[in-house]
Design a protein. Structure first.
Length: 58
């Protein structure tokens, strides 16, 4: 199994239905920051956030 497929499978398994997006945002944040891509979570409500990251051009 390739890394992108494994990543997608993990992402799909996270319950993100009806306002529970925080777990998805934290998962993506951990993956991107492990690749030295800075991220920012901007709170919207208790379990909802806006997810921000910037991938700079080489």
């Amino acid at each position: 199994m390739t890394e992108p497929i494994a990543l997608l499978q993990k992402l799909i398994q996270i319950n993100s239905v009806n306002g529970n997006e925080l777990a998805v945002a934290k998962f993506l944040q951990a993956e991107l920051e492990a690749a030295d891509i800075p991220t920012k979570l901007i709170p919207y409500t208790e379990d909802r956030v806006n997810f921000n990251c910037r991938i700079k051009p080489w």
